[in-house]
Design a protein around this ligand. Structure first.
Ligand code: CA2
Length: 150
């Protein structure tokens, strides 16, 4: 049976590769999308990869994912540190959630050390750049497969 996952990217990640490469690297979001979709395909997962600068739109996507997808990967970007509303939506989605960040949050400013998303996530990957997305796909494939056997 084919499985599907949703990959959500938050505000400003559409600018990846264009600004602040010393923090976020030179890889563009389109390149991360291509690599993530290829990794998903290799593992038998349909990957829906999206980005939005709108908190409301992201919450709508999470709500709509309930019962429709098998797992969720999210880089909430700046909303990670502020959005109780995204955390609440993720807590209600009833499927594995992996949080991913390009940068190592714990080597950065204090306000980035707290994530509301982590409270709703099975696991979190940070500091590994674009590779973190591929590790997240591997992790979610494993979680989905385990859930199917339960
Ligand atoms: O490291 C990550 O992936 C972050 O989620 C990126 C967010 C930041 O607020 C989080 O603390 C950590 C920022 C995304 C903004 O991305 C830009 C990319 C290029 C140029 C400007 C911003």
């Amino acid at each position: 049976m084919s499985r599907s996952i949703l990959v959500i990217n938050g505000p400003n990640l559409n600018q990846l590769g264009q600004r602040e490469p010393h923090i976020y690297g030179h890889t563009t979001l389109d390149e991360i999308k291509a690599a993530t979709m290829a990794r998903g395909k290799a593992l038998g997962l349909d990957v829906d990869f999206r980005q939005s600068n709108s908190e409301a739109e992201i919450i709508g996507w999470i709500q709509a994912a309930r019962g429709k997808t098998d797992g969720l990967i999210i880089n909430g970007a700046g909303l990670t540190h502020t959005s109780v509303a995204i955390m609440d939506a993720l807590l209600a989605v009833d499927q594995p959630v992996i949080e991913v960040h390009l940068s190592n949050l714990f080597r950065r400013e204090e306000f980035r050390h707290h994530s509301f998303i982590s409270r709703a996530a099975t696991g979190m990957i940070c500091g590994l750049g674009a590779q973190g997305y591929l590790i997240a796909v591997d992790a979610i494939a494993e979680l989905i497969s385990k859930a199917g056997k339960a």
